[in-house]
Design a protein around this ligand. Structure first.
Ligand SMILES: Nc1ncnc2c1ncn2[C@@H]1O[C@H](COP(=O)(O)OP(=O)(O)O)[C@@H](O)[C@H]1O
Ligand SMILES: [Mg+2]
Length: 339
């Protein structure tokens, strides 16, 4: 198997302070060029996993392999081959966009002239050309995220880790940011590992996802496979009041998993709503029962999460104060490492 650009996690465990089991035996494989979403609620262990994969944090046990290199044995080489962008801003506000990129390139030993040319190209790619010579502190949230993405790409990594890159961005900013990610994947064929607690985003943008909850992976697969795994669509049919019952008729139709009947409505779990609806209407009509209303609902990742965890996925407000303090510590550590 080609190792370039691959990410392998084998039974990763992280116990903080001998007591908090933040990551509890996580295993998965990400293929080169994939956009892999790591999805879970706040505190699930996403940032801790990214930190272990990106050589920022030593696992308590288990191992990570990136680009064919065992991370704990080659942390410096791994860091050179990957890009990492954490939740909190790491761009220096008192430098311009271009300067931020040149400084970052310098940290990787890229020559000054090469750094200048890469910085210029990247800043244009991120549509920050007009703001290239402005201090980063004057950038909007979305512009800062794009600058950070550019910083993470300056050394042309094969794998990029993005920890909740769209947290706090408005829908337009989120859509724009994903546009860049998709383009990068297409243009460079880079592997993208992205954490998020936005289910809709993961559903739309990722080739495959893993759902993590309380430090454990509860499901892995493509969003479509995971949703299909729930048994397809949910169709609700309404009939006239007092119409005769058609449960057995509906049950006999192809692709039907289950029918629930209450009052004048039927809730059908079916393989495909599109195929089922016309057949159901026809069968009901033939039995002399008129259908007065139909809804088809494709399951979303919310239902997948519910199925695998037994809980609703709550969209929380964002990091709490403790998480923020932990994050700031990491950011400071990263900056010190660069100087
Ligand atoms: N440095 C740390 N020390 C102690 N506990 C931590 C530390 N970092 C994270 N945790 C705890 O580990 C768990 C997972 O955290 P984290 O990986 O940040 O989750 P996520 O990124 O999914 O929100 C949480 O319970 C969090 O409070
Ligand atoms: Mg996090």
């Amino acid at each position: 198997m080609e190792q370039r650009g691959r990410i392998v996690a084998e039974n990763l465990v992280k116990v903080y302070n001998g007591q908090v089991r933040a990551v509890d035996g996580v295993s998965f494989e990400v293929n080169a060029g994939e956009v892999f979403g790591f999805l879970g609620p706040n505190g699930a262990g996403k940032t801790t996993t990214v930190s272990m994969l990106s050589a920022g944090l030593r696992p308590t046990s288990g191992r990570a392999v990136i680009d064919g290199l065992e991370v704990s044995q080659n942390p410096e080489e791994v860091k050179r081959r990957i890009g990492v962008i954490f939740q909190e801003s790491t761009a220096d506000g008192d430098l311009t966009g271009l300067e931020n990129l040149e400084v970052a390139a310098g940290c990787y030993g890229i020559s000054a002239s090469e750094a200048r040319s890469r910085a210029r190209t990247l800043i244009e790619q991120m549509q920050l050309g007009d703001a290239a010579d402005r201090y980063a502190k004057t950038y909007s949230g979305g512009m800062r995220r794009r600058l950070e993405l550019a910083v993470g790409l300056v050394h042309r990594p094969r794998v990029i880790f993005l920890d909740e890159p769209t947290l706090g961005l408005d829908p337009q900013g989120r859509a724009g940011f994903w546009g860049f990610i998709q383009k990068l994947r297409k243009d460079i064929g880079m592997t993208v590992f992205v954490t998020t607690h936005y289910l809709d985003e993961a559903d739309e943008m990722c080739d495959r996802i893993a759902i993590i909850d309380h430090g454990k992976i509860v499901a892995t697969g493509s969003p479509n496979d995971l949703k299909d795994g729930l048994g397809g669509d949910v169709v609700t049919l309404k009939t006239h009041a007092g119409a005769s019952e058609i449960t057995t008729i509906l049950q006999a139709l192809p692709g039907v998993h289950a029918i629930q009947h209450s009052n004048d409505s039927y809730r059908a779990k079916v393989q495909s709503g599109e195929t089922f609806v016309p057949l159901a209407v026809e069968a009901a009509t033939r039995a002399g029962v008129g259908i007065t209303g139909v809804t088809v609902k494709r399951p979303s990742l919310d239902e997948v999460f519910l199925e695998f965890t037994g809980r609703e996925f709550r969209e929380e407000e964002g990091p709490n104060a403790t998480d923020r303090a932990v994050m700031m510590q990491r950011v400071r550590g990263q900056l010190q490492g660069r100087r």
